[in-house]
Design a binder for this molecule. Structure first.
Ligand code: PGA
Length: 239
């Protein structure tokens, strides 16, 4: 595991974006697993800028988002679909057909999860970019998720629901999400974990330096051969 500590979150964003740009330069048809949330906003901004400056071309890139809410339509401002369009996809030249997102409105969520797994099996993820929740979740793999878990519906913890700020109030935050599993994520050839801010310091220290524990799903990353962790100073302060 390689740990990079940056001075601030702007530099964290630059490092993360540069890893993606380098990957796409090396392989035009790269497959990326992508996160939502606050942490990657800077990275998407840098990637949009790099695209405008023709430093990167997304024409042949394929993406799979890590997770989505159950029961939140695409046009809802809190949906991850909406986020991805707003901050990334509509600004770049990725083909719509190459964008994959879990459909939390699907009638049969089990079928939807299996379909995602099948597609992911065919297209190996070159890089999975992850954030980390305050409770140690990666994607929506909440504490208790097993190493073998695959794409599925999951009950969101109260802590996770409380941290979702795009809904008007807690009652509106869905109780369930869909997520790639731990096993699914661990199949990626490379994993990049991002965390910024002092509120992430404690969980980062536990996940990276503590023992592997299903109650801290990010700790499973210790088992992956190619992980790059990018932290700002504040998130690294307990290491
Ligand atoms: P955040 O979310 O980037 O908004 O802190 C991270 C996560 O819950 O995975």
């Amino acid at each position: 595991m390689k740990i990079i500590i940056t001075k601030n979150k702007q530099l964290l964003a630059t490092r993360a974006a540069n890893i993606i740009i380098k990957q796409i330069k090396k392989k035009k048809s790269s497959v990326l697993a992508l996160p939502t949330g606050n942490t990657p906003l800077g990275m998407y901004k840098k990637l949009r800028k790099a695209y405008r400056a023709r430093r990167v071309n997304f024409k042949n890139v394929t993406t799979f988002n890590l997770d989505e809410y159950v029961g939140v339509p695409h046009n809802h401002k809190a949906s991850f679909y909406y986020y991805m369009q707003k901050y990334f996809f509509k600004h770049i030249n990725i083909k719509q057909a190459n964008i994959h997102m879990l459909d939390g409105m699907a009638k049969n969520l089990k079928k939807e999860s299996l379909k995602y797994e099948k597609m992911l099996k065919k297209k190996k993820i070159d890089i999975a970019i992850l954030g980390i929740g305050l409770n140690g979740h990666i994607a929506f793999n909440e504490p208790g998720s097993t190493f073998k878990s695959k794409t599925r519906v999951i009950h969101l913890t109260l802590e996770t629901r409380r941290s979702q700020k795009d809904f008007k109030n807690l009652r509106q935050v869905p109780k369930k999400g869909m997520t790639m599993g731990i096993y699914t994520i661990m199949q990626a050839k490379k994993i990049v974990l991002l965390a910024s801010g002092k509120e992430k310091a404690e969980i980062i220290a536990k996940a990276l330096k503590g023992k592997i524990d299903k109650n801290i799903p990010a700790s499973y990353l210790q088992l992956h051969p190619k992980v790059i962790v990018i932290l700002d100073k504040q998130a690294a302060k307990d290491l």
